[in-house]
Design a protein around this ligand. Structure first.
Ligand code: ZN
Length: 132
């Protein structure tokens, strides 16, 4: 069974990719997304989620996605290319980051141009702004 942190990470993958995962389950032979709803319902109700998340992960693996939920891990941010003169700070200070309003979910999101702030699949609330 996954520990708390790992469960929060897995929940974050579910939260960020809920529609992709739903589509994957619906296209599977069983053709239903009950497992996904069980995870979301458990998370919303403050119930035990490590078990349902484990089951979802195993089912995705059984469908042929060897990485299970981790197949939905975000791509790493592209490496910062280019030459930076010595002494300049290439990282903007206090870059805003958005996190899930529900502390059970470890999702975070960086502003992406004009893209609207996404909503947490668990609480339905917009991600809230935080600072690193
Ligand atoms: Zn979330």
């Amino acid at each position: 069974m996954a520990g708390f942190d790992e469960t929060a990470q897995r929940l974050a993958l579910v939260c960020s990719n809920v529609e992709a995962i739903r589509g994957r389950l619906r296209n599977a032979p069983a053709g239903d997304d009950t497992l996904l709803e069980e995870v979301l319902t458990a998370a919303r109700g403050g119930g035990e989620i490590a078990g349902p998340v484990d089951v979802l992960h195993a089912v995705l693996q059984a469908l042929g996605d060897a990485q299970g939920l981790y197949a939905y891990s975000p791509q790493r941010r592209p490496p910062d290319r280019g030459v930076h003169p010595a002494g300049t700070d290439r990282k903007r200070p206090a870059e805003p980051v958005y996190v899930c309003p529900d502390t059970r979910c470890a999702r975070f999101w960086w502003p992406d141009g004009p893209a609207p702030v996404p909503r947490c699949a668990i609480s339905g609330d917009a991600l809230r702004r935080n600072r690193l």
